[in-house]
Design a binder for this molecule. Structure first.
Ligand SMILES: [Ca+2]
Length: 540
């Protein structure tokens, strides 16, 4: 028994019990006997809750952007009670590849997906047999759950002779090619999650129905689209299969309710020594921007800002559930975002009101610029992390795998977590030295950049995404094919220094070549990428 609660305390049910627990738990949690010793593997492995917001900008979080105009009390609380990271990056500037990196600890550009994202009907992207954070933790006794937006592909049963897009969003004429009454294979349950509840992909993609483990909870029999901004005149989501009664504004409350219920269902097990891993990829504040009625107008900025507030509220509910069940002390909570803020937030409208969702950084979602992939990242673990810490080292969302491995005392095999570096030494306050040799960024059109210390070298002439200069739309013929920025003096990426520092360009290019050729960016045996990777393809 790893926890010292008296079982009798947990027998009464109902409100009195909750009240009792909320008073009992903090006092108990302070007892030294309960302190976690995660690295010796003997007692007290922590629960891990990983909350991934969708398209939440670096500047949308108050603790990282004090000039920001959106209150984010839950994010701020995690930072205040734990550690704030100022230089954290999603593995990609868009959804699917970042999620691949979170779950596998490997850059997604090593997989078959070289640009863009999957659709809601796409087959599995994670290679069969590949270790995931969930399968690793399960091997070490954890109960594992994914609640939220998957967007990493799952195998739907297709109707005879019908197809769905493998590595892109399915077109309208494919959305009924699936037999939704059949069980799904190779979804979250196939890569290490004991339990799954959520939606297949982004909330603006078909099908509009919840999935529990391998089944839709309600058969999508209607053909609908939803307003992107609370008003049909501002565009709609992709039209397609919809479960009767499904509405997009229910999704955040439902995921919150399910996450809280999961924590409640695992609380007794966790206290008795079986920890849990809850991966909670929220579908917000991504489009459709759909805060529920009570949140509409709350920010006095716009609907997106209201949705950010409701998303932060959801995180607050998770924190509260951990406290209510006496689990807060030895639970590692990470809250972050899968990429930068989307222009769908109406960034110009927000900037006019004094709020920049990218903070001081250039660009936004989809870009190779910082606004594409520098994301909020806050971590709390009262048993191990001192409150009020700040880390300015470059870290990457692929780092969860190695961090989890070190926590459980496991050594990763050569063919797992190839781009993952443990954050544990920083979290424990053992070092503030750079953890990562360098970090690779990837944009929606498949452009690359590599970052080491203050230097960032982008292998493309423009944004590689959706901001100016936008590939395919704005002319980049006159621009250098490389962009080198000194982020220390130029965090806004305004001055291209590629011709002033050829030695830096040479060094970072060589490092990029090595990372591609070796199939990894960490020490270990070389691995194969799924396809031939051309990191210069954005330069053409
Ligand atoms: Ca996203």
């Amino acid at each position: 028994m790893r926890r010292l609660f008296s079982p009798t305390v947990w027998l009464p049910l109902g409100a009195i019990c909750c009240l009792l627990l909320s008073h009992v738990a903090p006092a108990r949690a302070d007892e030294p006997a309960q302190a976690a010793r995660p690295t010796d593997g003997k007692v007290g492995l922590p629960n891990i809750v990983y909350i991934l917001c969708d398209d939440l900008g670096y500047g949308d979080v108050r603790c990282l952007n004090p000039q920001g105009k959106i209150p984010t009390p839950a994010f701020d609380r995690i930072a205040r009670e734990g550690m704030l990271f100022t230089d954290a990056h999603s593995g990609s500037a868009v959804c699917t590849p970042t999620r691949y990196g979170v779950i596998t600890g490997r850059y997604a550009w090593r997989s078959k997906l070289q640009r863009g994202v999957l659709g809601g009907l796409s087959p599995r992207l994670i290679e069969p047999g590949r270790m995931t954070v969930a399968s690793l933790l399960k091997q070490h006794g954890y109960h594992t759950a994914c609640v939220g937006k998957w967007h990493l592909g799952m195998d739907w049963v297709r109707k005879p002779d019908k197809q769905v897009s493998e590595l892109s969003i399915e077109p309208r004429d494919q959305v009924w090619n699936v037999d939704y009454s059949q069980p799904i294979t190779n979804g979250p349950n196939a890569v290490g999650f004991d339990y799954y509840y959520g939606i297949s992909a982004s909330l603006d993609m078909v099908p509009y129905t919840f999935i529990e483990n391998d089944r839709v909870t309600v058969l999508p029999t209607e053909d609908k689209a939803f307003a992107m901004h609370g008003n049909q005149s501002r565009g709609t989501t992709r039209q397609g299969p919809t479960a009767p009664g499904f509405d997009v504004d229910q999704v955040l409350p439902r995921l919150t309710e399910k996450a809280v219920a999961y924590i409640a269902s695992r609380a007794a097990h966790a206290r008795e020594g079986q920890p849990f891993f809850l991966y909670l990829p929220l579908a917000s504040p991504h489009t459709p921007i759909a805060p529920t009625k009570p949140w509409q107008g709350k920010s006095s900025l716009n609907l997106y800002a209201d949705f950010v507030m409701e998303t932060d509220w959801s995180i607050g509910q998770v924190l509260e559930a951990l406290e209510q069940h006496g689990l807060a002390e030895n639970t590692l909570v990470i809250a972050t975002s899968d990429n930068g803020c989307s222009p769908q937030a109406r960034m110009e409208e927000l900037k006019e009101k004094g709020h920049n969702p990218s903070g001081i950084y250039r660009g936004h979602k989809a870009d190779i610029y910082e606004g594409g992939h520098r994301v909020p990242f806050v971590v709390r673990w009262p048993a191990k992390i001192k409150p009020g810490q700040r880390c300015d080292q470059t870290v990457c969302l692929t780092d969860l795998m190695a961090t989890a491995a070190q926590i459980v005392g496991a050594e990763l095999p050569d063919d797992a977590g190839e781009d993952s570096v443990s954050l544990l030494p920083v979290l424990l306050g053992e070092t503030m030295q750079p953890l990562r040799e360098a970090t690779v960024h990837h944009s929606v059109n498949g452009s690359f950049a590599i970052r080491q210390g203050k230097w960032k070298l982008a292998f493309c002439p423009g944004s590689g995404g959706w901001s100016f200069p936008r590939p395919g739309r704005d002319s980049t013929n006159e621009l250098p094919a490389l962009q080198l920025f000194d982020l220390e003096v130029d965090p806004g990426e305004e001055t291209n220094l590629y011709d002033k520092h050829p030695e830096v360009v040479r060094k970072l290019t060589a490092l990029m070549e090595k990372y591609v050729a070796q199939g990894r960016s960490t020490p270990g045996k070389s691995q194969a990428n799924a396809v031939k990777v051309n990191f210069r393809q954005g330069m053409q």
